[in-house]
Design a protein around this ligand. Structure first.
Ligand SMILES: [Zn+2]
Ligand SMILES: [Zn+2]
Length: 307
């Protein structure tokens, strides 16, 4: 279970999550019935029907089997997991192994997510996967590219040319088979998982999402090399990118355990000023943080494993 659960509300959406590099990352949007990444599958994740997994690093993916097992345990439908294509077979294998361990292979709906191919979550909601810049190298040296996802509300809007028509006229047009509405997409929440800067930041569904969750693993000036080596984002890079982003709110995730949150917040404030801080903030910032467990002591040194 997560030690901390951040809770951030904006524009009628709640963003619940925990995100610490190498330890655990997940974000749940209950109003959209979805989670981005599974983390260690805390109950907030188990409670939603759709999990959009960005990549296979343990801090994002550890709870996959537990998610499906818990869904069965509380008599929910199995739930749906969407993940990079290269991970589908290994995850199916992982679930089968659980039959050898505890006698039950959890029932699961597993779907390959492909960049640009929309996932229909409900009639008025889709998720659009996009490729980020966080390649994951497996032990056989093959690479699985990381994904991000945007949850997009889909509406039908009356076409401008029919705006002056009366109700009965519109009904008549519809009867004649005329398409009087057009599709409108409202990008609500974009989640980029782990990533270095990349072309995905030019996508409309990322730049214009109401809420953008973007990683900022490293903040200290001498940590730029670490950011590059691990395909992660550094605060300096983030500041360069901000002018091109239209998001109303940007929540920073995946802070390294090498950095303490108050110091990271000070560095962010120094770069952006206190005014910009309302728009750009760390997800785990204390103002939105609820105590869930024992207080963390001094930050531990990172283990040398991908995160
Ligand atoms: Zn990570
Ligand atoms: Zn990672």
């Amino acid at each position: 279970m997560s030690l901390w659960l951040a809770e951030y509300s904006y524009g009628g959406l709640r963003v619940l999550g925990t995100s610490l590099a190498g330890e655990e990352s997940f974000v749940v949007v209950p109003e959209l019935n979805l989670a981005f990444d599974v983390g260690r599958a805390p109950r907030e994740v188990v409670g939603v029907d759709h999990v959009l997994l960005t990549h296979g690093h343990m801090d994002h993916a550890a709870g996959i089997a537990y998610y499906f097992a818990q869904r069965m345990f509380v008599d929910n439908d199995p739930g749906h997991l969407y993940l990079p294509k290269g991970l589908v077979e290994p995850v199916r294998r992982l679930l089968r192994v659980w039959a050898d361990i505890d006698g039950h292979e959890p029932t699961a709906n597993i779907h390959a997510a492909v960049p640009g191919e929309d996932i229909i979550l409900r009639r008025d909601l889709i998720a659009r996967p996009f490729k980020v810049n966080h390649p994951c190298r497996r032990h056989d040296r093959s690479v699985v590219e990381g994904l991000g996802y945007t949850a997009i509300e889909v509406r039908r809007k009356l076409k401008d040319e029919y705006r002056d028509r009366t109700g009965p006229q519109l009904v008549e047009l519809k009867k004649q088979g005329v398409e009087i509405t057009r599709r409108v997409e409202l990008p609500l929440v974009a989640y980029c998982g782990d990533t270095a800067p990349g072309a995905f930041l030019e996508l409309d569904c990322v730049r214009n999402a109401k809420i953008l969750l973007l990683e900022c693993t490293f903040v200290e000036p001498d940590h730029m090399d670490r950011a590059r080596a691990g395909y992660h984002m550094h605060l300096n890079q983030l500041c360069d990118l901000l002018p091109r982003l239209n998001n109303e709110r940007i929540l920073l995730t995946h802070l390294s355990r090498r950095s303490l949150l108050p110091e990271a917040r000070d560095l962010l404030r120094r770069e952006l000023g206190s005014e910009a801080e309302e728009r750009v903030t760390f997800l785990m910032d204390a103002r939105y943080r609820r105590r869930r467990g024992p207080r963390r002591g001094q930050q531990r040194e990172d283990q040398p494993r991908p995160e």
